[in-house]
Design a protein around this ligand. Structure first.
Ligand SMILES: [Ca+2]
Length: 194
């Protein structure tokens, strides 16, 4: 009986459909937005004070400060010139529900998307030198969404910047923040598509 059930599990694993393949995680603190690697601009983060999509208090709250300007988080890393990358953020509205994700090379341009959480949908906010971009948004448990951009970076340069930006109800990217409004962040991921 024991060997039979082991054999069954092995068969199930080998017959599973091939998943898309990715390189290692390039973000520091992919589930900890209080990590110093995430540069906060007119935004405050409290770690692990909100329920995540799978249950458990592991999601982080990101709130605006009451200062006029952009309200965003970003971190920089190193990419391979000309390679394709997938940038994902799992998040939830917490007073703000318009969120820009941007993957930039910090030199020539970016691929970006505006995610409208209550609809939900994703709008192309313009690619410069990043090409063949795709966007998707999928609803998860607990009011969370998995927001994804995939695009191929330029052959020039090796930097990347992964950014999360808030917008107000008027779709402005620069505005007077409200300390009672923000988003809840569960995780982020920036990986090379193999
Ligand atoms: Ca966390």
């Amino acid at each position: 009986m024991g060997s039979l059930s082991k054999f069954g599990r092995r068969q199930k694993m080998t017959s599973a459909p091939a998943a898309a393949s990715y390189g290692p995680e390039l973000l520091v603190g992919p589930a900890d937005f209080s990590n110093a690697a995430w540069i906060k601009t007119r935004t405050t983060v409290t770690a692990d004070n909100a329920a995540a999509s799978g249950g458990g208090m592991t999601a982080d709250t990101a709130m605006e400060t009451a200062i006029t300007g952009t309200h965003r988080l970003h971190q920089a890393g190193i990419r391979e010139s000309g390679a394709r990358y997938r940038y994902e953020v799992v998040l939830k509205a917490n007073g703000r529900d318009l969120v820009d994700l941007e993957m930039s090379d910090n030199l020539t341009g970016q691929a970006g998307a505006l995610f409208n959480l209550p609809v939900p949908d994703a709008t192309d906010t313009g690619d410069a030198t990043w090409t063949s971009s795709t966007r998707s948004i999928v609803a998860l448990a607990g009011g969370f969404f998995r927001c994804v951009i995939e695009a191929t970076g330029p052959a020039l340069g090796t930097d990347f910047i992964a950014a999360i930006g808030l917008r107000n109800a008027g779709f402005a990217t620069s505005y007077l923040g409200d300390v009672t409004l923000g988003i809840i962040l569960e995780s982020a991921s920036f990986k090379k598509v193999l």
